[in-house]
Design a protein around this ligand. Sequence first.
Ligand SMILES: [Ca+2]
Ligand SMILES: [Ca+2]
Length: 418
Amino acid sequence: MAEGQSKGTWRAVLGVCFGLLGGPAVAQSPEVEGKWSSPLAWPLSAQHVHLRHHNTTLLPDGTVLVTGGTRTGGFDDRAGAVLHAELFEPETGQWTSLASERIYRGYHSTALLLPDGRVLSAGGNGESSAEIFEPPYLFKGPRPTLTEAPDALLPGTAFQVRTPEAAQIKKVTLLALGSSTHAFDQNQRLLTLSHSVNEEGLRVSAPESNLLAPPGPYMLFLVSEAGVPSVAKRVQVGKVASRFSSVISFSDEWKYGDSNVDRGTSWLAAGYDDSAWKSGPGQFGHGDGDEATVLAATRPARPSTYFRKKFQLSGPVSSATLELLFEDGIAVFVNGTQVCSRNIGRLAHAKYATGSLENAREKVDLVLQPNPFVVGENTLAGVVKQVGATSPDLSFDLALDVGIQREARPPTGLPPRR
Ligand SMILES: [Ca+2]
Ligand SMILES: [Ca+2]
């Protein structure tokens, strides 16, 4: 087989103690606990549509290895054992079948990326053995050498990596240590770090914030132009402190559009010209007697009233909490991205809210993956909807508190070149 076309190899079957397998769990920062990122739809190969108890392992070049599992209907059915590995390439959406391991690994199996780029595939129900897979990238040419890198990284900083092959490095990747059990790794995370070549090797940018890289241990890899990974350097990502800032308060001034004009979605854009809109302080609305800016009550009631406000942020946002006062439905957008909605079925101007609430007040911790906030000028836009044509009241006010990442100072640099 020609170089670069290897299907990988499986190595020794080992007797192991499974109590020792799996990397340490990584402490999650409070900002990211219990939050989910948007689902990523992957095209599945025909073999894997009904696969269960398989392991997926992120590899340092950004591909995904699938090992083990069964394709038949039983819970842990050896008759449907899938022994061959498969590789998924997110950039192309392609699946490739790779070499087969010897032993069925289903329920209670585990797989873990090793610092040298190989993958440990182990266990299965009552199965006390492990095999090691050498992915095809290990047969594509010489490995780049990661000579030296800091032991600790802080988000928002740059750091130096020494390598004699700096000009041949295509990617620098940071992978969280795996924590795998029952065919599921609970701590997989891969970040591709931007880099540039300098006279000492590579200047690499650490992840922007702990939202992207929660504090804990990671493996730092260099990947060559040929796709071959270095042996990893273990690094510790530190936590950058945040300071809390009240960005928008109840009673603040807003621009508002209550003229019953359908603006489509143009009013969400940062560059939308709201200079003709009126201005006033919260609370907005009518019908309750608690309004600072009284909006006109009409029959039929106007379905949608719009609000916009610009604000500045001095650093990356690590957490954000909205406090809403609304009646009857509301949707809120940060820089054009919807961050929450209540009682909104369809956003279209003429559509009324799907339910009614009386001066509802609610705090909402925003999901920041992806993070809609930017350093500098931001635009918050909201729409408040009446529940129906005869509804006699409307309310809107909003507060925004954010955690802003403090400027990080690198904990350590590289020692002087010897
Ligand atoms: Ca109402
Ligand atoms: Ca009110």
